[in-house]
Ligand binder design. Structure first.
Ligand SMILES: [Zn+2]
Length: 289
């Protein structure tokens, strides 16, 4: 069924391209997979560029299927910045590239020390690699560097400007990093629970432990749930994070059992700085739900 759908998409793209839709505006269009990458890319690229997020708001980058018109839009852009290991990127990356041979595709995870998690990637070859690289300010610095390299290559005449913008952005990213370091090094809560393992890199950078409720993309069994409750109790978990894209019921059960606060976070927020600081505040208990 999926294969048939792919063929239909390819035919539709060919038809739409044959219609010769001209790129709008100055043609300075960049694509990014998700909003935190739009934040980074827009800071470096500046206002001259239109930076567009490929996965629409409310859709999960884990399960997203592009539309045919999106494939055409990508072919009219100059570059596409991917997180690198999101399920949709792994499944659609090659096809996107084939459809847009003149577009520069960048895996922004290049140079990042990748971590594994119980993250579900279907049958893909990158099974186990945690894709949420952007939930770490230190990773974001590497992502920003990768974005700057590509922009400086495809638009060399503005290289100096991009480097300056990168400098400014790095100052902001370093400030988030130092704030998080300060808030989290003295926090008593070293372990937190989360439905989907979105904070693997965050936890790793700040000496925290992430307990994941979801089991390789599936809801936990009653036995697993019971084990999790005991683990949370033993580790003194006070905060359970949930995301609106994922089931919250199991998290609610655990929160009730152990008397923890249930906190909704949005790791796909464009306002990345605020989101990172918010997560740290919840853990350091300055804010209660
Ligand atoms: Zn994920």
């Amino acid at each position: 069924m999926r294969r048939v759908a792919l063929y239909i998409v390819v035919i539709l793209v060919a038809m739409l391209q044959a219609c010769g839709t001209a790129p709008k505006g100055n043609g300075k269009i960049l694509f990014v997979s998700i909003d935190p990458l739009r934040f980074i890319t827009q800071q470096i690229a500046g206002e001259e560029w239109s930076v567009q997020t490929f996965v629409p708001k409310g859709s999960s980058p884990e399960t997203y299927d592009p539309t045919p018109s999106q494939l055409v839009e990508v072919s009219q852009s100059k570059a596409f910045f991917m997180a690198g290991y999101l399920s949709y990127e792994v499944q659609w990356g090659e096809r996107l590239k084939e459809n847009a041979p003149n577009v520069e595709f960048c895996n922004t995870a290049q140079g990042i020390g990748l971590l594994n998690s119980k993250h579900y990637h279907g049958k893909e070859e990158h099974q186990g690699v945690d894709p949420h690289t952007w939930t770490s300010p230190r990773n974001m610095m590497q992502i920003a560097k990768n974005v700057c390299l590509v922009l400086s290559r495809i638009d060399a005449s503005n290289k100096e400007q991009y480097l300056q913008n990168l400098d400014k952005l790095n100052t902001r990213l370093a400030k988030v990093d130092s704030t998080l370091t300060e808030e989290l090094q003295n926090c008593k809560q070293k372990t937190f629970a989360i439905y989907h393992p979105s904070l693997t890199y965050f936890a790793n950078d700040y000496g925290l432990r992430q307990l994941c409720i979801e089991d390789e993309g599936k809801e936990p069994s009653p036995q697993q749930l019971q084990q999790l409750i005991e683990q949370c109790r033993a580790q003194g978990v006070k905060t359970i994070f949930i995301q609106k894209e994922f089931n919250v019921q199991n998290a609610q059960v655990i929160a009730q059992e152990i008397g923890a606060q249930l906190v909704q976070i949005d790791p796909l927020n464009y306002d990345w700085e605020e989101e990172m600081l918010k997560i740290a505040r919840y853990l350091s208990n300055e804010t209660t739900n």
